[in-house]
Design a protein around this ligand. Structure first.
Ligand SMILES: [Zn+2]
Length: 305
């Protein structure tokens, strides 16, 4: 079985985005949420995520609301709560329509380390400010994907810079503190291949050493996992070489940030399954962990339909 642990409902029906526009604009949105039929949900998934699953040969996608639209920097907690509920309800409905293809992930399981949207005004993820979220995650035994939303800082492009910066920044925050001593069973998935972390693994090992922190493997790798949303073969080869196979979860984030075809290969950039299959350094046993059994371990509450 091929489990894609990172997908968003980027193609949700227009009524969802119209509802949000009303919510953050001057109009009062319908308190019952946007009016969307089951057929509209089907039409938004079948020519997109479902078609690509079939073509590429993945079986199930862990499916959450569109990350760039979480927008914790817009409005107050009440606005975010209502928006999360509307988005989560839609995810629930999509997953009920296609229970074999999608497993639901709620908006709050995308843990946004920068709710200010590109200005980094909140404390680091290791600060006690975040602990109520972690207490809930541990109680429910669900992992969090460390995932920012859109950037309202014009100097920081959202999917090209903000996402990758945040993945890297979160990992460095974890090095400098003892979060997993307080929460030994807390699990984080750092998406987009862990940002710059695998590429600069020597830097982070060296920094940990200089800062008198434990070696990364014992300090973080019982709790931190990386996905495979890296969109070229050399990048995946590096990830698979540097990070232990036990800590890597297959993901593509389709239909997401990069939607085109790579003229150098003739294949979609985000068809990440091919890169893992074509990788020469890992054997079938390790690849099976990446494709399936690691996801079962990390997302321990998930049972295939
Ligand atoms: Zn994402």
């Amino acid at each position: 079985m091929i489990v894609d642990c990172h997908g968003h409902f980027t193609t949700a029906p227009q009524a969802l985005w119209d509802w949000r526009k009303d919510q953050v604009g001057n109009k009062k949105p319908d308190s019952r949420g946007p009016k969307i039929s089951d057929d509209e949900i089907r039409h938004s998934l079948e020519p997109n995520q479902l078609k690509l699953q079939k073509e590429r040969g993945s079986d199930v996608t862990f499916f959450s609301p569109r990350a760039g639209s979480m927008e914790h920097h817009v409005g107050d907690a009440g606005i975010s709560l209502a928006w999360s509920q509307v988005c989560n309800d839609l995810i629930h409905r999509a997953c009920r329509l296609y229970p074999r293809n999608f497993a639901p992930v709620c908006q709050r399981c995308n843990l946004n380390p920068d709710p200010s949207g590109g200005y980094w005004k909140e404390p680091p993820l290791t600060d006690k400010w975040w602990y109520p979220v972690y207490e809930k995650l541990v109680e429910l035994d669900v992992p969090a994907m460390v995932h920012v939303s859109s950037s309202c800082n014009p100097a920081v492009h959202f999917t090209g810079a903000h996402y990758i910066n945040a993945d890297t920044t979160a990992f460095m925050q974890l090095i400098t503190a003892d979060l997993f001593k307080d929460f030994p069973t807390l699990k984080f998935v750092i998406p987009h291949g862990g940002g710059a972390v695998p590429y600069h693994w020597g830097r982070y090992r060296g920094l940990a050493q200089d800062l008198k922190r434990p070696p990364l493997k014992e300090h973080l790798l019982k709790n931190v996992f990386f996905d495979t949303c890296v969109y070229h073969q050399p990048g995946i080869d590096l990830l698979l070489k540097v990070i232990p196979a036990e800590n890597i979860l297959f993901a593509s984030e389709m239909v997401g940030a990069v939607r085109g075809i790579d003229p150098e290969t003739g294949h979609y950039y985000d068809d990440t399954k091919r890169y893992i299959e074509n990788n020469k350094s890992l054997g079938l046993k390790e690849k099976e962990k990446i494709f399936e059994s690691n996801a079962r371990r990390v997302y321990s509450r998930w049972k295939p339909a």
